[in-house]
Design a protein around this ligand. Structure first.
Ligand SMILES: Cc1ncc(COP(=O)(O)O)c(C=O)c1O
Length: 463
């Protein structure tokens, strides 16, 4: 084999290399001793081919809901390569042309946000928001001491220690402590498993109101932020009820707390609106985004803020006591020009192909089709918005006892055997890893959605 041609490979050698050299994300490697791991080698649209030549319909947008425009878009590759040739890289202390263009486009979609700070991953985008809040707790007399950030049980905000400290999934956190100080948990917001055993609408939206109790317990003078996924993703597809965010917003306003929407998953049309928070009558103080921003053709994330927040960092560099009061943050690859070009081309595709509207219309169709499965004894709940849906599996519909991890793994294998890749809650919370999730690329067809439902139905009928 010509060793300089990296596209040529020996299949068995690659499979062996995968087993012996790579340390895969979120995978217990012991299973590879007896089971070969799929290696995807080619993909176009929603179809993925693996190293053994098997083809799958991918209902996960690349495993973690990010490839919103679908695989193999030549215009994306061209936008990236053109930019790399024209102006490869310069540090983010300076701007670049695609970054300026992309900022204008994204901020046009965010009417009350004025500034955008670029980084590389969802975790990092959230860390940036926390660092803004923390720095203000030192430099802004009106916010002195307000460094804590509230996060919701079942929400995920990332893998770095700060982001993990603000993640409400015990299995993701386990053994990674001690965690960063300055984060406090508020309840999850899912009626199907109400944390207070109440029933909507008679519950007075206790899950939202409880945030005030937590603020009072922590000390209102210490709390500066509250981060939420508009629709919780990895915790099991949890869209709160309509009243939830307006109540949370009111509580945040009462105590001078910045409400941060972690749009890392929901943005760019995933839920049938451009942003997930747009399903609710609420405005953010900060927004973080990643995955769908460049559809994972390049790593790209961002944190946005209002001019009011930005202005607090406008220091006087000649005043010794004010010298360090600008936002002193950096990320080598944040703002990297080719990622911006990918972001621009990604948005062009979303707009030209009407993908947000497509997500809304086909999402309604898909949810209706999935609801047909609720006749099966194992399907406890069907929920979602746009092309972001979930099925929760239970042993008993009355008691809502979840199925076991082993049973969930078997169902996932059975769906894959039908040639369809779906997602699931994975090491989130005990008893919570039994929710199958669907987030196909937004260019999915009705026929492909039907194929996903048929494959899942076949797998579930074996249960
Ligand atoms: C809602 C949410 N926020 C943040 C992150 C972290 O993003 P990343 O893996 O790019 O760091 C994720 C990842 O899945 C996520 O789902």
């Amino acid at each position: 084999m010509n060793q300089t041609d990296w596209l040529q490979y020996d299949v068995d050698q690659m499979v062996q290399g995968d087993r012996e050299l790579l340390w895969h994300h979120l995978k217990p490697h012991k299973v590879f001793e007896s089971k070969e791991q799929m290696i995807p080698v080619e993909a176009k649209g929603l179809m993925v081919k693996d190293i053994r030549g098997r083809e799958y319909l991918d209902a996960t947008s690349g495993g973690v809901w990010s490839v919103v425009v679908g695989f193999g878009r030549e215009s994306m590759a061209k936008a990236i390569s053109d930019q790399l040739i024209k102006m490869t890289y310069y540090a983010g202390a300076l701007g670049n042309i695609p970054a300026i263009k992309l900022s204008k486009k994204i901020l046009d979609y965010l009417p009350n946000q004025d500034r955008i700070f670029y980084s590389n991953s969802g975790s990092e985008a959230n860390e940036k928001a926390y660092k803004m809040i923390r720095q203000l707790s030192h430099i802004d007399p009106e916010r002195r001491g307000k460094y804590k950030v509230l996060f919701r049980n079942r929400d995920y905000h990332g893998t770095t220690i700060g982001a993990l400290s603000s993640t409400g999934q015990s299995e993701r956190r386990q053994h990674f402590g001690p965690f960063a100080e300055g984060f406090a948990e508020i309840p999850s917001a899912l009626c199907y498993r109400c944390p207070f055993d109440l029933h909507y609408p008679g519950c007075d939206i206790r899950c939202a109101r409880e945030a005030e109790e937590v603020i009072l317990r922590e000390g209102p003078d210490t709390v500066g932020g509250c981060i939420v996924e508009p629709i919780t993703a990895g915790g099991g597809i949890l869209p709160p009820v309509a009243e939830y965010y307006p109540i949370l917003r009111e509580i945040c306003d009462k105590y001078g707390i910045y409400l941060i929407f972690d749009e890392v998953v929901c943005a760019f049309g995933r839920t049938g609106k451009f942003w997930g928070y747009e399903h609710y009558d609420v405005k953010p103080d900060m927004v973080t985004m990643a995955k769908g921003m460049a559809s994972s053709y390049m790593p790209l994330s961002a944190t946005t803020a209002t001019n009011e927040i930005f202005a607090k960092f406008l220091n006087d560099p000649n005043d010794e006591s004010d010298r360090l009061n600008f936002y002193r943050d950096i990320s080598t690859y944040g703002g990297c020009a080719a990622a911006m070009s990918a972001g621009l081309e990604n948005l062009r595709i979303i707009e030209d192909e009407n993908l947000v509207e497509r997500s809304r219309i086909l999402g309604d169709y898909f949810l209706d089709r999935l609801k047909e499965l609720s006749e099966l004894p194992i399907v406890g709940d069907v929920r979602g918005k746009g092309l972001f849906c979930g099925l929760e599996f239970v042993r008993n519909k009355k008691t809502k006892e979840p199925i076991s991890e082993a049973e969930m793994a078997k169902i996932m294998g059975d769906v894959a055997a039908e040639g369809v890749l779906v997602g699931r809650t994975n090491t989130s919370l005990p008893g919570n890893n039994t929710i199958m999730n669907f987030a196909p690329a937004l260019c999915v067809t009705k026929e492909q959605l039907d194929r996903i439902v048929t494959a899942v139905k076949k797998a579930l009928e074996k249960f």
